[in-house]
Design a protein around this ligand. Sequence first.
Ligand code: PBG
Length: 327
Amino acid sequence: MNISKRPRRLRSGSLLRKMVRETRVDVSSLVYPLFVVEGEGKKEEIGAMPGQYRYCVDRLSEVLEELQQAGVSAVMFFGIPDHKDEVGSGAYDPDGIVQRALRYTKEHYPDIYRIADLCMCEYTSHGHCGILCGENVDNDKTLEYLERIAVSQAQAGADMVAPSDMMDGRVAAIRAALDQNGFTQTPIMAYSAKFASSFYGPFREAAGSAPAFGDRKSYQMDYHNRLEALKEVQADIEEGADIVMVKPALAYGDLIREVRNMVQVPVAAYSVSGEYAMVKMAAAAGAVDQENIMCEMAASAYRAGADIYITYFAKELARCMKDGKIG
Ligand code: PBG
């Protein structure tokens, strides 16, 4: 046979396959989302996310040790307060749950990089990501609160803040507030292209943050849209975002790629709770192999252009990276 191109030549053995691999990954790109709750001595498993827990601050060391042993050095904190109110005051309380987790981690695990998710939905009695005016989330009123939350997180020791509310103008507002308070060096990772997604279902159980009425479609994006995602990303960069995010990751590889091609800042992809739950449940039912599918999903996000990968599988992935199962 006279075949001029034989792509199989480069697939003949594992050493060669690794040599010509196009996507390389590194543990330093992993971020682990971490839920913290009030109280003492608690480590509660999240029903819809087997293997994920809500930790009290006094038990945080357990998971922080595990992460360090696996080689994961960045966490993103989500707080679950006991007290919720109309304005989400627990989010900017200097002694709030995330603020205490940040202070504890900074003091005892200074080598862990601390990112604070910046939103109100876990702290509001109505479960929306902002201040209500009737049944509508008031954009500009919410900005004032986001500014307070950002400053209080930075004061408590956040290395980076990550606004996930999807209000217009929040990056500029947060940047100005951080700068005015002396936090000019605190980067903002903006959840820029964040879609109104059913993939967040398990998270809302974990954080008790499902909206009490309506949905988030007036602020999170319609998943049919691509140009709008690019518009959001561009706006956030103009307002001063240091890193932009596409969320979820699994069904949005096209946008991770488009954003990567368009911008000059690092791009993060968030593999969300529903992605994790689907893998766990399907693996438990014997339908798929958990480790293989986790690696394949991660590689697809990196191949699409993600520089940072936020995942509930961070520990397991770090091990696979070390063993050479991925990248
Ligand atoms: C808060 C927030 C959510 C997630 C991250 N930040 C929930 C939501 O927007 O409803 C989802 C994360 C996940 O599903 O893993 N606004």
